[in-house]
Each structure stands twice: as structure tokens, then as C-alpha cells.
Ligand binder design. Structure first.
Ligand code: SF4
Length: 332
């Protein structure tokens, strides 16, 4: 059932499939995922490289490279609007005004031959539903730079004049310029050193509190999840294998063996979360996913049934698990 606009979630993804085409194969990068992000909340999308996190974000923004990829099934709603059905023009307006994305590498997100002020201004001009005058746009450029802790007079500088942390602040300023309701942050601190990481995360959190933005935080870093997220979706091979509140995911109890693996490699991780340590083995080749459970070749608890039958999802109190260990409608 489609939500009415009034009660619509910020993001509502239902049974989403995304495929990439290569010369000789079709790769299923996202394999039937569902989640909701409510207004003002933060959802962490967690997993190793290749799990399908960024592909999910690009599908939400309708920015999948269209010659080689497409949404092969499912539905995406942004504040109740059916993203797949929107005309391109409407989607261009929604992107920036309603939903915005902070990319991982600030150097590729910024134009090196345009001043940072002009880059913020350009975004404001493209998405000018408030019909701001030139003077109001200039004032807004100053305002968002100050908001991310950069003196407004530096708007005349080019990206090269800034450090990595400052560049990421500028990327955040561009993303926030039009006050979007929803922000997707794709590994926003990976390219930064640890001290600057903490500053940028604190800034995102502060802005979220101030502006009431819903945040989709894509990360492979459990430390970031525990500090910034309300809910967590653990992704593996294009599927969500565990979903719950931060409390449910970080407390002892029933957990997917992959989630256990993410935590288990680190001593006392549930009280002191750190960067994910690789689990033995590799994510499966997406052109040749295993039968049954996609984690079975790496799972220390793998049973006979796991190699042939895809596990169903069980759910209790909003905590979802996709594993034969917790079969049935609700896990015990
Ligand atoms: Fe491991 Fe089986 Fe659960 Fe997959 S379904 S995670 S192989 S126990």
C-alpha cells in the first residue's frame, strides 16, 4: 500500500533489484532489499565493499549509469513519490531539493576550475523553487559556508586551496544548500584522516539535529554506525541479512553469522566499535552467486540446507534476520 504524503517515510524501498550488464553477464548487485528511513532518523547501511550499498544509493537518486545498469524490480518512494515513475524534470528538482548525496571523495565531487562559492551558487540556481533573487542566493552561499565552519570570504577560493577535511565540508555545504529533507552520505569520511573524520561526522550530526534531515549513512565502519545511526541494515551480496535498531544490532543475542563476523574479529567490539575487519574469504563473484544462502561459503555455522535453499527472513520487534538458524515467522 502506498503511503499518503502526510505519513510517508523519507525513503521507502520495497523488494528492490538492481542489475548491471557486462559484455558477457548480468550482475545482480542488489537482490530484493526492503527498508524504510523515517523523517529525522539515521539509517546505517553497513557491509564490505561490493555489498551493494552505493548501488542502492544511486538507485534512490536515480543516478544509476543507464547504459549498463537498471532497476530490475521493486519500488522506491521518496516522501511518498514513486521515484521510478517520476518524469526526468521532476526527478532533477527532487535531487538537490528533497534528497542530496555526499560522495566519498571530495576531489571528484568538486569542480577544480570553479570557485567554491560558484559551485554552491550553481546548485542553488538549479534548484531555485524558492525563487531566490541573485542577492538572496549570494547570502545563502555565505550562510551555508558558515554553517559548515568555513569563513564566507573564502567563497572566492578554488578547491585546491583547501585541505581534505575542508573540501569535504564544502561538499556537505553544496549538499545542504537547498535544505534537503534527506541526505545520503556515502562513506563521507573514508578519504580523511582520523581527527578530521571525527570533525566531519560531528558536523553532519549537528546539521542533522539542526535541520531535522533524514540521513542514510553508508559505511563499512561500525564506529561510525554506533555514533551516528538509529537503525542499521547489514548488507551482504546485494541482500539485507540483518536489520534492526542500533541497540538490537549492538546488543548480545540473535545475530546473523555475517554480522557476528563483522563484530567478532574485534575484541569487546560491542562496547568499543572499530573499523570492520575482513572476514575470512571474499564476497562471492556477483556473476556467480552461490545457491542457497549467499554467505554459505564463508559461514562458520553453515548447514546442509544453507547450500541449497535461500533462507527466508524472520522478524521480531522490528529485528529482521535472513538465516536458516532463525527460520520461521519470528525468531525465538
Ligand atoms: Fe550461515 Fe546458513 Fe545462516 Fe547462511 S543461512 S548465514 S550459511 S547459518
Amino acid at each position: 500500500m502506498k503511503d499518503t504524503k502526510a505519513n510517508a517515510a523519507a525513503i521507502d524501498v520495497r523488494d528492490l533489484y538492481v542489475e548491471y550488464r557486462t559484455d558477457d553477464a548480468v550482475v545482480r548487485a542488489v537482490n530484493g532489499i526492503s527498508f524504510r528511513l523515517e523523517k529525522g532518523r539515521t539509517l546505517g547501511l553497513v557491509g564490505e565493499t561490493g555489498a551493494g550499498k552505493t548501488t542502492t544509493a544511486l538507485a534512490l537518486m536515480r543516478l544509476l549509469p543507464d547504459r549498463v545498469s537498471h532497476v530490475a524490480g521493486g519500488e522506491i518512494y521518496i516522501r511518498g513519490d514513486d521515484v521510478m515513475a517520476l518524469p526526468d524534470r521532476t526527478m532533477n528538482l527532487i535531487r538537490g531539493e528533497i534528497i542530496s548525496m555526499i560522495f566519498q571523495d571530495p576531489m571528484t565531487a568538486l569542480n577544480p576550475i570553479m570557485t567554491v562559492g560558484d559551485q554552491i551558487k550553481e546548485s542553488l540556481k538549479i534548484h531555485n523553487s524558492e525563487k531566490r533573487s541573485e542577492r538572496e542566493i549570494d547570502a545563502r552561499v555565505d550562510e551555508v559556508l558558515e554553517l559548515v565552519g568555513i569563513p564566507a570570504e573564502r567563497k572566492k577560493d578554488y578547491p585546491l586551496a583547501f585541505s581534505g577535511g575542508m573540501k569535504q565540508r564544502i561538499v556537505i555545504a553544496i549538499a545542504l544548500a537547498c535544505s534537503p529533507d534527506i541526505l545520503i552520505a556515502d562513506e563521507p569520511t573514508t578519504a580523511l584522516d582520523v581527527t578530521i573524520q571525527a570533525q566531519v561526522l560531528a558536523l553532519i550530526d549537528e546539521l542533522k539535529q539542526k535541520l531535522g534531515t533524514a540521513l542514510l549513512m553508508i559505511t563499512h565502519d561500525l564506529g561510525i554506525v554506533v555514533k551516528t545511526c538509529d537503525d542499521v541494515a547489514v548488507m551482504y551480496a546485494g541482500q539485507i541479512v540483518e536489520y534492526g535498531s542500533v541497540q538490537q544490532i549492538f546488543s548480545p543475542g540473535d545475530h546473523h553469522p555475517y554480522t557476528e563476523g563483522l563484530f567478532g574479529a574485534i575484541p569487546n567490539v560491542r562496547s568499543k566499535a572499530r573499523r570492520l575487519t575482513p572476514i575470512e574469504g571474499l564476497m562471492p563473484d556477483p556473476t556467480a552467486l552461490p545457491e542457497g544462502c549467499k554467505f554459505s561459503p564463508r559461514c562458520p555455522k553453515c548447514m546442509e540446507i544453507c547450500r541449497t535453499q535461500e533462507p527466508a527472513e524472520s522478524e521480531r520487534d522490528g529485528h529482521r534476520l535472513k538465516c536458516h538458524l532463525f527460520g520461521g515467522e519470528a525468531h525465538e
